[in-house]
Design a protein around this ligand. Structure first.
Ligand SMILES: NC(=O)c1ccc[n+]([C@@H]2O[C@H](COP(=O)([O-])OP(=O)(O)OC[C@H]3O[C@@H](n4cnc5c(N)ncnc54)[C@H](OP(=O)(O)O)[C@@H]3O)[C@@H](O)[C@H]2O)c1
Length: 222
C-alpha cells in the first residue's frame, strides 16, 4: 500500500525539511510541525500535548527528525572532564525525552488497520556495540536511550497496531546545520538523505518493528 498521509516532527530541520519535500513530491499529504514554526518544544510535555493533541490523523507515516548534538554554542564532549550536568540534561531532554513525549501520541495518530511506519532518527554513534572511538558522552547516551524507547514502544504499539513498523534510523552523515562544525567529513545532501531513508521506510513491515537500521537498510547493532 502506498503511503498517503505523513507527519514530520522537526520539519524545520535539514533532514526534516528534505523529507517533507520528498514526500510532497510523491503526492503524500504531509503535515510538518516544528519548534520554530509551531512552538513545538519536545522537551516540554505541555507543548507536545498541545501541538500533537490538535492533530487528528491517522498518519500512515510518522517521522521524528528533531534532535541536538550539543546545546547552542557548545561542542560534544571529547573527554570525561568536559561533561557538564546542565549540558547533558539538555541533550537528553531533546534527544531522549523528546521522542518519548512524541511516542505518547503515536497509538492515537497511527492507523489501527493497514500498514504504517513510525521512524525516529537516532544515530549510529548511539550504538553501544559499535562504539570504537569514545567521546560525545551526552549525545551517544541520549541516542542509545532513544533506541531503547523506540524498541519498547515497538512492542507495545505492535499489540494494537499489527501492521505498524516502529524503527530507529541512522540517516548517514548529512550536510545540515547539525554537522556544520565538521567540515572535513564526507556528507550527503539532505535531499539525498531523505531519498535514502525513504527507500528503507518503503521496505519495512511489522517484521522489522523494534529494529535499528542505517540509511542503506543495514541493521545497526544496539
Ligand atoms: N545530520 C547528520 O549528519 C545526522 C547524523 C546522525 C543523526 N542525525 C539525527 O537526525 C536528526 C535531524 O538532524 P538534522 O541534521 O536535520 O539537524 P538540524 O538541521 O540541526 O535540525 C534539528 C531539528 O531539531 C529541532 N529541535 C531542536 N531542539 C528542539 C526542541 N527542543 N524541540 C523541538 N524541536 C527541536 C530543530 O527545530 P527548530 O530549528 O525549529 O528549532 C530542527 O527542526 C537529529 O535527531 C540528529 O541527531 C543527524
Amino acid at each position: 500500500m502506498a503511503m498517503k498521509t505523513a507527519l514530520v516532527i522537526g520539519a524545520s530541520g535539514g533532514i526534516g525539511a528534505a523529507m517533507t519535500t520528498s514526500l510532497s513530491g510523491r503526492g503524500v499529504d504531509v503535515t510538518g510541525v516544528s519548534r520554530s514554526v509551531d512552538g513545538l518544544d519536545v522537551t516540554d510535555q505541555g507543548s507536545v500535548d498541545r501541538v500533537l493533541g490538535a492533530l487528528h490523523g491517522p498518519f500512515d507515516f510518522l517521522f521524528v527528525a528533531s534532535g541536538v548534538l550539543a546545546p547552542n554554542g557548545a561542542e560534544p564532549e571529547k573527554s570525561l572532564g568536559q561533561i557538564s550536568a546542565a549540558q547533558m540534561a539538555h541533550v537528553l531532554a531533546v534527544n531522549t525525552i523528546g521522542p518519548a513525549m512524541i511516542l505518547r501520541h503515536a497509538p492515537r495518530l497511527l492507523p489501527r488497520k493497514g500498514r504504517s511506519v513510525l521512524a525516529v532518527l537516532t544515530a549510529r554513534v548511539g550504538s553501544i556495540g559499535d562504539n570504537q572511538l569514545g567521546g560525545w558522552y551526552s549525545y551517544r547516551a541520549s541516542k542509545a536511550a532513544a533506541n531503547q524507547i523506540v524498541r519498547t514502544a515497538a512492542i507495545e504499539i505492535g499489540r494494537s497496531h499489527r501492521e505498524a513498523a516502529v524503527i530507529a534510523l541512522h540517516p548517514g552523515t548529512v550536510a545540515t546545520p547539525f554537522t556544520e562544525n565538521y567540515p572535513g567529513h564526507r556528507k550527503v545532501a539532505p535531499a539525498a538523505a531523505a531519498e535514502n531513508l525513504l527507500r528503507v521506510i518503503d521496505g519495512v513491515g511489522p517484521e522489522h518493528s523494534g529494529r535499528f537500521f542505517d540509511w542503506a537498510g543495514e541493521e545497526v547493532p544496539w
